[in-house]
Design a binder for this molecule. Structure first.
Ligand code: ZN
Length: 167
């Protein structure tokens, strides 16, 4: 009944978490194994030629990451991912290497809400982000676990992750 979300073959399926979110997809063990080093089995991934048209966002993210690692730019161009899906696909690339943590050591993910724990001067923006301000729907910064991005006073700013607390 259920087939692998990637290769569509009818096989024993396992849950695969599409980080940095906590969303899971069901894929076969062969796909799961090959996802660790997609470059090692380039021919195998032609199995994504049909599933790349899925409307399932977590699957789109995984396929995007595979194509990205393989350098299949023409396929990436064809996928037309919505902005939030694209951001998700890209954020995971960094999340695997480094965790972004708040002042209490809690791991921060894109989409989290945080509170600023001290007044922060925002360079170039001409205002102070006040202690206690809640910043919703934060974004992670590629290759930089010391900062997050979020909107304060309607302006997207960089904030040191050590000066925020997860809500
Ligand atoms: Zn599969």
């Amino acid at each position: 009944m259920a087939n692998c979300g990637l290769c569509e073959r009818d096989r024993e399926l396992v849950e695969y978490v599409v980080e940095p979110k906590d969303e899971k997809i069901l894929i076969c063990k062969e796909c799961e194994g090959k996802l660790k080093e997609p470059q090692e089995s380039e021919n195998y991934w032609h199995c994504l030629n049909d599933t790349m048209w899925t409307q399932e966002k977590p699957i789109q993210v995984v396929i995007y990451r595979v194509f990205s690692k393989l350098g299949w730019q023409d396929k990436l161009d064809m996928m037309y991912l919505e902005d939030d899906v694209l951001e998700w696909a890209k954020s995971g690339e960094n999340e695997e290497k480094i965790n972004v943590r708040d002042s209490n050591g809690n791991i921060l993910n894109g989409g989290d809400s945080v509170t600023i724990i001290k007044d922060l001067n925002v360079k170039g923006a001409g205002f102070t982000a006040k202690q206690g301000t809640t910043v919703k729907n934060i974004k992670l910064v590629a290759d930089d676990p010391t900062h997050i991005k979020g909107k304060v006073n309607g302006v997207e700013i960089f904030i040191l992750s050590k000066f925020v607390k997860k809500v």
